[in-house]
Design a protein around this ligand. Structure first.
Ligand code: AMP
Ligand code: MG
Length: 322
């Protein structure tokens, strides 16, 4: 299959190309598109055949459910059997945006889209191309990250093509994504609200709306995605913290490791500081260093508050620590 590339500027949506991409989705094909988090691999979430194509293209285990992307909160009631009041309050505060809610599903959603679960994950993405595509396709888009399963998530169309060229019908190149990390997944279907995956909306932000929020892993059984190997480059990744600079320099030399972090340390090194910069760059850097054949990457840990919590979650997985 030849993968068609569309080039669309987010600030100047080309409706002709959006309609062409949407036609592929209506015909049951897959199209990757940018969201504010990472690039998604979109297919009709109401079609079991499209969902199966998504799993096949990514090499994703079929029990790892897909997130439905819709254009606004009013659509949620079409796909969720129960919509608690919290959903409307959260939508007001965070949608469009990187927050996914898990709710009891309606039968209209095929089991293939939800990995056989009786719940469905839904969000409204904050990206003009994503919203235009959902509207033109006329259906909710199931859209996991558009990478081969296990690889770092894609934050540019080039990353998508690295993994999926020839395996999907199209990709919309809309430039780099804004946040660089996936959405926060919030379980509202099993008692007290619980974070299943940390992401673009922080636990602190959610707590102001959900005082009884659970942020630990108590609900992990409801989050199949967290069981799988994720975000792994070919290189060995070490997470480092609390090293004195001199010691660290020697260690980096011994390991011939590339350092990523706030210090100007080691040769070569990539200077990065703050959770936002880590989030925006980390997946792209892991891919880049793999392409250069780097064997060992040493990444300095950051503070786990706010977006830092989601960043550290991804780094621990990249390092094989969880
Ligand atoms: P991805 O879209 O590839 O970033 O991954 C989607 C994430 O959402 C995975 O961690 C899934 O386990 C999680 N997810 C999707 N649907 C559900 C659901 N119905 N219940 C719990 N977690 C879900
Ligand atoms: Mg993913």
């Amino acid at each position: 299959m030849q993968t068609q590339t569309f080039h669309i500027t987010p600030s100047n949506i080309d409706q002709v190309q959006i309609d062409q991409a949407a036609a592929l989705i209506k015909a049951g094909e897959l199209v990757s598109f940018p969201t504010e988090t990472v690039y998604g691999l979109g297919g009709n979430a109401l079609s079991s055949a499209s969902a199966e194509k998504i799993y096949a293209a990514k090499g994703r285990p079929s029990d790892n459910p897909l997130i439905l992307h819709v254009a606004n909160v009013d659509e949620v009631a079409n796909y969720a059997a129960e919509v608690p009041d919290e959903v409307y309050a959260l939508a007001k505060a965070f949608w469009p945006g990187p927050l996914t809610v898990v709710l009891k599903k309606k039968d209209i959603i095929p089991d293939e889209s939800t990995g056989g679960l009786d719940t469905v994950a839904i969000r409204v993405p904050d990206h003009p191309i994503a919203l235009a595509l959902i509207q033109a396709a006329g259906c909710p888009l199931a859209a996991p990250s558009a990478n081969l399963s296990g690889k770092p998530s894609p934050t540019t169309a080039e990353h998508v093509l690295e993994d999926l060229n020839g395996r999907i019908a199209g990709v919309i190149d809309g430039g780099p994504t804004y946040i660089g990390l996936e959405s926060t997944v919030l379980d509202l279907a099993h008692g007290a609200p619980a974070i299943l995956r940390h992401g673009g909306i922080s636990a602190e932000q959610l707590k102001t709306h959900l005082p009884n929020l659970k942020t630990s892993n108590e609900n992990a059984a409801h989050s199949p995605g967290t069981r799988y190997r994720h975000y792994s480059p070919n290189a060995n990744v070490s997470l480092i913290s609390d090293f004195a600079s001199a010691e660290l320099r020697t260690w980096l030399e011994e390991k011939q490791a590339v350092y990523i972090g706030p210090q100007e340390l080691g040769n070569p090194h990539i200077q990065l500081s703050g959770a936002e910069a880590y989030a925006q760059n980390i997946f792209a850097l892991l891919r880049q260093l793999d392409q250069r054949g780097v064997q060992h990457i040493a990444i300095e840990s950051i503070d786990e508050s706010g977006l830092g919590r989601a960043v550290m979650d991804r780094l621990r997985r990249a390092a094989g620590l969880s």
